[in-house]
Write a protein that binds this ligand. Structure first.
Ligand SMILES: C[S@@+](CC[C@H](N)C(=O)[O-])C[C@H]1O[C@@H](n2cnc3c(N)ncnc32)[C@H](O)[C@@H]1O
Length: 398
């Protein structure tokens, strides 16, 4: 049976499962789907961090009673995850409300008048009511912006880090809807057994796909260099159907498998050839997972620079390689060398260009670079380099 046939079968199974159980079950499913779509919308770690920060800022403002409405309006206006924004607003939920108001008032008064606000009743009674309301509101507004700004930056940053960490431990299934997961399995089912088992094993055990999915945008063009059998493009075709995906692989056997897996997805292509000389155009994302080390280090450097230069402004470069300083034992390197020797991976041997050095080179080119652990056990030296073009330069460690 061809891919389309199996995918059709899988969707039919999902659809028929969707019909069972009566109206109550259907209503429950609808609610779950709605919730899922709210949870998954605009849910990259950065955007969730920004959403929480916006919520915290609104929660720190003096617009009591309108904060939820204001937060939802901002979420809609800027395309932010609604749940995360609402979570941020909870910064001023009882019993924290009076504490936050007090802090905002005092900071506001200090900035506006150079002294703290006295809350003694006699002082307040001495002022006309309209002045009290106006003065207090202004102090709360200014203080709220300052205190809220600091809280928003801290809590937003913490959210981004926590989501990153949580997702790094997650399975790729967490990024797909149940229907997309079924389609993934149906497509893998079309492969010969050895490829199928390898793909399932790889998707289950290798954290790099989940780490990448957490970073990758929902649309734009991505070029996957040394794509192997096309697992990353396959996951993306399912999760983000509006993305344009180009997979490049010089091993024709793997390229054929990738074509089979991606068959019927509009906007995807598989090109056979040497990815070092591939015409990149100007994509939004370039990915190089476990690919660079098959070339001499000098070539890796030139290749990486070419990719970095080709990327659009604000583009994203994801590279997974071994960081030799992370492991005393060279197991991963030995396994990779063995994979080349037996012909599973085509290349000139295994030559390491440490991600820490790549990070320095990319930072000099104006990228912001983050290095993440992307393996455990004997693969603990595997490191994912996440480099964004044109953002303020810095390197963050594991
Ligand atoms: C270890 S596999 C990784 C596959 C894929 N990136 C993934 O993570 O699922 C590395 C792949 O890169 C391919 N490769 C290495 N050097 C290449 C080059 N210069 N041009 C095209 N493909 C290359 C190999 O043939 C192999 O399929």
């Amino acid at each position: 049976m061809d891919t389309a046939g199996r995918t059709g079968l899988a969707s039919a199974r999902v659809a028929s499962a969707g019909r069972g159980g009566g109206w109550l079950a259907a209503a429950r499913r609808r609610i779950r789907q709605q919730l899922e779509s709210v949870v998954r919308a605009h849910a990259s770690p950065r955007r969730l961090g920004v959403a929480v920060a916006v919520g915290v800022l609104v929660g720190s403002s003096p617009f009591l009673g309108f904060q939820l409405l204001l937060a939802l309006a901002l979420a809609w206006l800027f395309g932010l995850n609604r749940l995360a924004v609402l979570l941020g607003v909870q910064v001023s939920a009882p019993p924290i409300t009076p504490v936050l108001l007090f802090a905002n008032l005092q900071v506001g008064a200090l900035v506006l008048h150079g002294q703290f606000r006295s809350l003694s009743l006699e002082r307040l009674r001495a002022l006309p009511a309209s002045e009290v309301v106006g003065a207090l509101f202004l102090e709360l507004l200014v203080g709220g912006l300052l205190v809220g700004g600091v809280l928003a930056a801290g809590l937003g940053w913490m959210t981004t880090r926590l989501v990153h960490r949580y997702r790094a431990r997650q399975h790729v299934g967490a990024f797909l809807t149940p229907e997309q997961w079924e389609q993934l399995q149906a497509r893998l089912d079309t492969l010969p057994r050895s490829w199928r088992s390898y793909a399932r094993w790889k998707l289950r055990l290798d954290p790099v796909y989940a780490l990448a999915l957490a970073e990758l945008p929902e649309d734009g063009e991505l070029v996957d260099l040394g794509a192997g059998m096309g697992l990353l493009p396959l996951l993306l075709s399912l999760r983000s159907p509006s993305m344009r995906l180009r997979a490049v692989e010089w091993d024709t056997r793997k390229a054929d498998v990738a074509r089979q897996l991606l068959q019927g997805f509009p906007g995807t292509s598989v090109d056979v050839g040497d990815a070092r000389r591939y015409e990149l155009g100007s994509p939004l994302v370039v990915t190089l997972f476990d690919v660079l080390h098959y070339s001499p280090v000098e070539e890796q450097k030139a290749w990486l620079t070419r990719c970095a230069e080709a990327l659009q402004p604000r583009g994203l470069l994801l590279v997974r390689e071994l960081e030799p300083s992370m492991s005393r034992w060279p197991w991963t390197r030995l396994l990779e060398a063995l994979a080349v020797r037996v012909g599973w991976n085509r290349g000139d041997g295994v030559q390491l260009y440490p991600p820490a050095e790549m990070a320095a080179a990319l930072t000099a080119l104006g990228f912001t670079v983050d290095l993440r652990r992307a393996g455990s056990g004997v693969f603990r030296a595997n490191t994912l380099l996440v480099a964004r073009k044109g953002a303020p330069s810095s390197i963050h460690g594991h």
